[in-house]
Unconditional design. Structure first.
Length: 122
């Protein structure tokens, strides 16, 4: 009984993670990412529609990748996008993106937004 109460007390003390908010993620994307990226068009950075499952450095029509990112072998999964957005240089030393999203909640929201645009434009 004592162990059960201890476990319940510990669980009660752990806050539940908030669900990612794709709507907030879209606003964050517009505010933090849109200067260089677009959902459908390459700019300073590559377009993001269809990013999930894509090999880093291979967005169609975008050729201005750093050699480090092209050689990384990284596939864009939720976990890799989270690590990338937290600290691109730590994930791929020598990469060219000069911005990060240090807040885990903001990263989750942006990734949730990217999930809503996951399918590549046909």
């Amino acid at each position: 009984m004592h162990k059960t109460l201890t476990v319940l007390a510990l669980l009660a003390a752990v806050p539940l993670a908030k669900a990612a908010d794709a709507t907030r993620g879209q606003a964050l994307y517009q505010a933090r990412c849109a200067a260089c990226h677009s959902v459908d068009f390459n700019g300073v950075g590559p377009a993001h529609r269809g990013v999930f499952g894509r090999l880093a450095g291979t967005a169609k029509g975008f050729s201005n990748y750093s050699p480090a990112l092209k050689a990384s072998g990284l596939v864009w999964t939720e976990a890799n996008l989270d690590r990338w957005l937290a600290n691109p240089e730590a994930l791929v030393p020598g990469q060219a993106m000069g911005i990060s999203l240090p807040d885990a909640g903001e990263r989750a929201d942006v990734i949730a937004f990217l999930r809503t645009i996951a399918k590549a434009k046909e």
